[in-house]
Write a protein that binds this ligand. Structure first.
Ligand code: 5GP
Length: 204
């Protein structure tokens, strides 16, 4: 019997380095796969359909919801985002762990549906640092920076409902922390039925 795959949810306000941390994380684990979400937002430069997201029209997105193909969804900054059941099932069926990079409301809905999902929140060292990082990107107007910082404050309120909090002060440390959480979660007894059964089988 196979060990059970893990639903690993990672959330973070914009500017906390979530994508960079996850990029490093994926390089250093071969059991974790990214569950590609669906979105109605426009594709950004450098993004590929089916890799970063499944880019859908609002109509197609709504059809998927109606057909029960979406595990959770939310409206964020005027666009729909949702976790596709197929993306998660495909990974779990391959014996992989499914990593969901989703915002806070989606994470709370995943928790309601899957009590054993592991929820990790990545925090900035402080709101001041976050604001400075957003400003440092040089791509946003002052108004957008303040809007994003306010949004981060709202999202931070959800952090207390997560299982693990990782502070991205130092990138390497944050990656190590995420790997440590992931590895420990995979060793939890309920996910180790397979190993127990095979050892017990050897005895008899
Ligand atoms: P972005 O447009 O920057 O790619 O994503 C905006 C926000 O939507 C991010 O916080 C991202 O994690 C979140 N997000 C991406 N996919 C999903 C999803 O399937 N469900 C939910 N609830 N949020 C998502």
């Amino acid at each position: 019997m196979e060990n059970k795959g893990l639903l690993f949810v990672v959330s973070a306000p914009a500017g906390c380095g979530k994508d960079t941390i996850l990029g490093e994380f994926f390089k250093r684990t071969d059991t974790a796969g990214y569950a590609v979400s669906a979105t109605t937002r426009a594709m950004r430069e450098g993004e590929t359909d089916g890799v970063h997201y499944h880019f859908l029209s609002v109509d197609d997105f709504k059809k998927k919801i109606a057909n029960g193909e979406v595990l959770e969804y939310t409206e964020y900054c005027g666009n729909f985002y949702g976790t596709l059941k197929k993306s998660v099932d495909d990974l779990l069926e391959q014996g992989k762990d499914a990593v969901l990079k989703i915002e806070v409301e989606g994470a709370m809905n995943i928790r309601k549906k899957f009590a054993d999902a592991c929820l990790v929140f990545i925090l900035p060292p402080s709101l001041e640092v976050l604001e400075n990082r957003l400003r440092g990107r040089g791509t946003e107007t002052e108004e957008k920076i303040l809007e994003r910082t306010a949004q981060a404050k709202t999202e931070l309120k959800f952090a207390e409902n997560y299982d693990y909090l990782i502070v991205n002060d130092d990138l390497n440390e944050a990656v190590e922390d995420l790997l440590a959480v992931f590895r420990a979660e995979k060793l939890r007894k309920p996910r180790r039925e397979g190993i127990l059964k095979s050892i017990e089988g050897e005895e008899s």
